[in-house]
Design a protein around this ligand. Sequence first.
Ligand code: NAD
Length: 485
Amino acid sequence: MKYSPLQNYINGQFVDSSSARKLAVISPIDGNHLSDVPMSTAKDLDAGVKAAKAAFPGWSKTPIKERVQVFFRYKYLLEKHMKELAELVQEENGKTYGEAVAEIEKSIELTEFATSLPQLVTGEVLEVSRGVECRTEHVPLGVVASIVPFNFPSMVPNWTLPNAIALGNCMILKPSEKVPLSSCRLAQLLKEAGLPDGVFNIVHGDSEIVTAICDHPGIEAVSFVGSTKVAKIVYQRSTSTYKRCLALGGAKNHLMVLPDAIPGMTAQNVAASMSGCAGQRCMAASAMIGVGNVDSIIDKICEEARKIIPGENLGAVISKESQQRIEKYITEAETQGAKILVDGRNAKVKGKENGTYVGPTVIDYVKPGMSVATEEIFGPVISIMRTNTVDEALAIENANPYGNAASVFTQNGGMARYIIDRASAGMIGVNVGVPVPREPFSFGGWNESKFGVGDITGKSSIEFWTKLKKSTTKWNAEAGVNWMS
Ligand code: NAD
């Protein structure tokens, strides 16, 4: 085992879980045993909530301009330790080093946004009647929880922790049990940046601890990022105990390619979108709809896909189980009559025989009802469907239950606008394969890709992590009565 067994992080200290149950953390790159992660109990969570509750009065009363100083220092520490943090992400998640660096860069951008929060939460004041003022203030909620998935071990925790904490909340983070190492390192950096003990806590575990988070009466709000199946469970369970919840789920993102799309650029974007992070991105292109004759573009997509080599410019998928699931989807499509133009099954990387790799896969002549057309595969696979018209393409996109992202590749601005207006997704790209809005714009999908109100990052997250206090005051001494008095 490369690293010592992991501990929870409570009140500024790494402490043992009360549970003996643990899981092995395995590197998808080569199957190495990196560490063990404890499967914590409700008792461990309670200790975290107690620490966070104790820290809340002091932290929430610290002026926001002072609170964000921690995040200026944290941003500097992320920059300073970029290489080490990226290597850790790469090791536990399996993505390429370049992708891991991009993830840390995005974490820095998210932190940068948090440092700008004092500019965005100034509230409002207005004299609403003679001598009578109404004022709004953003007030932190208290103890909040953030439950995160495996695919971005650093970025997704940083979607929530800088904003929630800079806005005055104290947090319990539940990392993915598959990639818990990066979160522990972030805790150390937050401490070094001067975050007071108890403001940020980590409780490791699996579904048992997630259930305990949803049920805990001391937690005011829960943010969740993961699959739709679990997002629904978390949303239902945490709101049934009257918590605020924002739960982001899975995705099936459609790219519509029109015959006037620029072939080279389109092919590069489609191939990069479907294969980046080994297809394990909730913003990855998973289905492509060719409208009219786009055969020459599909040829170029295959050319681009063949340049993507597992173990070189393509990382591993998270586990053996994922590898088998993805390959099963490809085989199923083949038996149902689809044509595998580029086949990523049985990928092997020399010297990394225990790694879990799937090569880039392009499947053509997919029919809308097939499982590769409708289900989230979460691997480097693109399923191509064909239609004669844009409206038929939109009908396929609209019928899918998810709604994270959709993109169109065209040179026709009017057609692009037509698709922006009609695609049923929260984030739309025009000639962009991965249309992630960058700060200060917020991130969030629609339909079964998100449950709850508002988005998880950017300005929209302010509403989620705070409640508004509205005060009405009168300081004039006159005794005159009007309807406001
Ligand atoms: P997951 O749903 O399996 O796990 C997410 C979290 O939930 C983990 O912390 C896990 O421990 C916990 N969990 C798992 N099963 C549970 C259960 N039955 N009850 C309670 N908690 C449970 O997701 P994952 O495999 O880690 O991540 C991949 C998924 O996340 C994909 O579907 C992907 O699209 C999605 N995702 C979505 C977004 C987005 O912005 N919408 C971003 C990243 C990932």
